[in-house]
Design a protein around this ligand. Structure first.
Ligand SMILES: NC(=O)c1ccc[n+]([C@@H]2O[C@H](COP(=O)([O-])OP(=O)(O)OC[C@H]3O[C@@H](n4cnc5c(N)ncnc54)[C@H](OP(=O)(O)O)[C@@H]3O)[C@@H](O)[C@H]2O)c1
Length: 268
């Protein structure tokens, strides 16, 4: 069953819409005629995006500046969504830390779980009853290839993505007969463009150019995948190869190698 067509009363919700994959998802949804609610913490960036999308595609774009790692702010946003006609949810916001958990800021790690896990789970639970009642809806969850296997020095992130990958693929089986599509996006490295060499993060410096996938392409294939109710979208040949390798290679051999690479990403 296709995801619901655009409707003046319906909204497609995109979290983490202020940059990269989330911005590309919001743009692609607007191009397909969907009215939007876009959210992230930086209100001014979202307001500028909303103005651009409304001007270019004639859609209504509502801005919600919400810190999804904050349980109270997230709860208030979920309460609003529960009462709205949400046709599509792109639960995309997520952050990653690199380095040994014992050395990382404990509050930062907890915030990452709040955002990457509960920022997905709570929002899905908020919109699901309405979708079930209408027997229509689309839920796209930004997971990651990082959720496929253990990653020392990226432990919290890998574990949060294992949660959302599994949650998405499990939920899909439950709601398919109810007319609701659920797809997990599980990419390898994705970015909008190569930043100036002086402004590149360590991750961007260490991952070779050919491994990166474009955000626009990622958004298109993700929304096409959701339309067809694909279980998992893995954009690009390199990501697919990485996914297959992590699925079949013995964990005891691969984990220390991967851990050593991520140790470098953590700056050691
Ligand atoms: N890019 C990749 O290579 C890649 C690969 C695999 C999986 N993914 C997953 O895909 C998703 C998007 O990745 P991305 O690279 O586009 O992310 P990104 O560039 O780091 O952007 C993260 C987005 O989340 C928002 N955000 C961060 N903390 C937040 C908070 N506490 N509350 C609300 N919003 C918050 C940010 O906006 P504000 O700063 O304005 O709040 C931003 O819009 C993530 O879930 C990520 O794990 C990405």
């Amino acid at each position: 069953m296709p995801v619901p067509a655009p409707h003046p009363d319906a909204r497609a919700v995109v979290t983490g819409a202020s940059q990269n994959i989330g911005e590309a998802l919001a743009t692609e949804l607007a191009a397909r005629g969907h009215h939007l609610i876009v959210t992230a913490r930086r209100e001014e960036v979202l307001t500028a995006l909303a103005a651009r999308l409304t001007e270019r595609y004639g859609v209504t774009v509502e801005v919600r500046a919400v810190d999804l790692a904050d349980p109270a702010a997230r709860g208030a946003f979920c309460d609003e969504l529960a009462g709205r006609h949400v046709s599509i949810l792109c639960a995309n916001a997520g952050t990653a830390t690199f380095g040994a958990v014992a050395k990382l800021d404990a509050q930062g790690e907890k915030d990452q779980v709040q955002l990457n896990v509960l920022g997905v789970h709570d929002l899905v639970l908020a919109v699901l009853p309405g979708m079930v009642e209408r027997r229509a809806g689309g839920i796209l969850i930004s997971g990651s290839a990082a959720g496929n296997s253990p990653i020392p020095n990226n432990a919290t992130y890998a574990a949060t993505k294992a949660f959302v990958n599994t949650f998405s693929e499990s939920l899909r089986g439950e709601v398919k007969p109810l007319g609701i599509n659920v797809t997990v996006l599980a990419p390898g490295p994705v970015r909008t463009e190569l930043p100036d060499p002086d402004e590149q993060s360590l991750v961007e410096k260490l991952i070779p150019d050919f491994l990166w996938i474009d955000t626009e392409y990622t958004a298109k294939v993700s929304l096409d995948g959701l339309e067809r109710n694909k279980m998992r979208v893995v954009p690009g040949v390199t990501s697919k190869a990485m996914s297959v390798a992590s699925g079949y290679a013995p964990r005891s051999i691969v984990t220390p190698i991967v851990g050593a690479v991520y140790k470098k990403l953590g700056g050691e």
